[in-house]
Design a protein. Structure first.
Length: 464
């Protein structure tokens, strides 16, 4: 008889199925000729169990920093179940109750924003932002010709070709070009490896002022948007200095360039405030988000805009000339009901359990404990905000020469051998995939932080 209970399995059959059928994300598959892929089958709190019954402490919140409320939340599963039974799906051209409620919740969290456009993934949320900029550059007289998007070196904005075009990570882009016209890079803002070889605060925040130079070179009348992560995530945990965004904001305002804040990683409490950009005096025109939105129990993303942006697309449908001047974009799963129910419940948990506050308190503790390791060999820089911190490893603390890819793999293996899953910059930069990162669910306790710190010490103290 054909099996219908999909959760029943025979371990060997599943392991074989993985090897025979699955093509995993971001993995060189040659290794699976001799190695078995880890298959995660259960999770509770911060712990996950693999198919062989081995338990791990997950300090990556699901690998990509998105299970904000931890594993095993039955109330989220129940909310999705109830919604699917009542009304599973209708395209986002119409409304549905949980989407309306969740949009209201998002605007409560972003009081200076006005309209919410839903889609499925972080990449897609950013694509919407780019399409908004581009279409506005055709249909709004005062934005005519302002189609270009600026992006920052080391930032990541997604996997699709436009999102990659806006990404400042050379290894992620390698072999996938040619990229789209009209995407232009500005310098990164990592003080540890200052692109101008300067030291804060004497640097006068040259990395921010450099935006003016790029604009001058490209022509302000050709640029419609600048996309940035509030704090660079996958590019190596880079919180800009506090003066950075006010300078960026002023330059953008002066040239009528919309500031797009990619909160895909930083949103929903990751950095100890609800939004990453709240650490700065800055007021973006467009905010994109995904990952923590529904704690990744369901896929969901959003592009949230100010009224001024939205108004650009309010056309008169009876006017033959402007009839098509509305945002002609659709996404089959964007805004469907199940993920909204998950997002509403996940956000309720974040609020009720004060997880943003926990992210700040335990995040400070995490960073403090990491600083204790600063004098160990290999540890070049320690940086982070909230529950989002990392260590940059170097072979030589003076010259800042990075450790090798092989040495980084060894360090990661040593963490795994202690049953702890941590993250790292991965296939992003030539010679700089050497930053280990820690971005656990926001429910993490001090005791769990202590376990991680002890494991890092062991991993680093043993000779490479
Ligand atoms: C800052 C940022 N933006 C966008 C994305 C793309 O999100 P997704 O993988 O959901 O398309 C990511 C993914 O890691 C990200 O880190």
């Amino acid at each position: 008889m054909e099996k219908t209970n999909w959760l029943d399995y025979d371990t060997d059959e599943i392991v074989k199925g993985d090897k025979n059928c699955l093509w995993h994300h971001l993995k060189p598959h040659k290794v699976f000729e001799t190695q078995e892929q880890m298959i995660i089958v259960e999770g509770e709190g911060l712990n996950v169990t693999d198919i062989r019954g081995r338990e791990y402490l997950d300090v990556t919140a699901g690998g990509v920093w998105s299970i904000m409320v931890g594993y095993g939340r039955e109330s989220i599963a129940k909310a999705v179940y109830d919604q699917l039974v009542k009304m599973p799906y209708f395209a986002g051209v119409y409304g549905n109750v949980p989407a309306i409620k969740f949009a209201e919740k998002l605007l409560e969290k972003l009081p200076r924003m006005d309209k919410v456009y839903f889609s499925n993934s972080g990449s897609e949320a950013n694509e919407k932002a780019f399409k908004i900029v581009r279409q506005a550059s055709r249909i709004v007289p005062e934005r005519k010709g302002k189609f270009k998007i600026l992006f920052r070196d080391r930032d990541y904005h997604g996997t699709t070709i436009a999102a990659m075009s806006a990404t400042g990570q050379i290894q992620r882009k390698q072999d996938f070009g040619p990229f789209l016209d009209g995407f232009v890079e500005i310098p990164h803002c990592c003080c540890y490896r200052c692109p101008f070889d300067k030291t804060y605060p004497e640097c006068d925040i040259e990395c921010a002022h450099a935006l003016e130079d790029v604009i001058a070179k490209e022509g302000a009348d050709t640029i419609g948007g600048l996309i940035v992560e509030p704090i660079t995530a996958g590019g190596g945990i880079i919180p800009p200095v506090k003066e950075y965004y006010p300078i960026i904001q002023d330059i953008c305002k002066k040239h009528n360039i919309w500031l797009i804040m990619d909160e895909v990683v930083c949103g929903f409490g990751r950095t100890g405030k609800f939004w990453g950009h709240e650490h700065y005096d800055v007021d973006p025109d467009i905010v994109t988000m995904a990952k923590g939105l529904a704690s990744s129990y369901e896929p969901l993303s959003a592009t949230v805009v100010k009224q001024e942006v939205y108004n650009c697309f309010l056309n008169d449908p009876s006017n033959e000339e402007t009839r098509l001047n509305y945002f002609r974009d659709i996404s089959t799963y964007g805004g469907c009901a199940g993920p909204m129910a998950a997002a509403l419940e996940s956000t309720r948990i974040i609020e009720e359990e004060e997880l943003v506050e926990n992210s700040q308190v335990i995040g400070d503790y995490f960073l403090e404990r990491l600083q204790e390791l600063k004098d160990l060999p290999l540890i070049g820089d320690i940086r982070g905000v909230g529950l989002f911190c990392g260590i940059e490893f170097v072979r030589d603390k003076k010259t800042k020469e990075p450790i090798s890819e092989g040495e980084m793999a060894t360090l990661m293996g040593r963490m795994m051998a202690q049953n702890i899953i941590v993250g790292r910059t991965n296939s992003s930069f030539n010679g700089l995939n050497t930053i280990m990162n820690f971005a656990p669910s926001l429910t993490i306790t001090k005791e769990q932080v202590d376990t991680v710190i002890a494991a890092v010490r062991i991993a680093v103290e043993e000779k490479l």
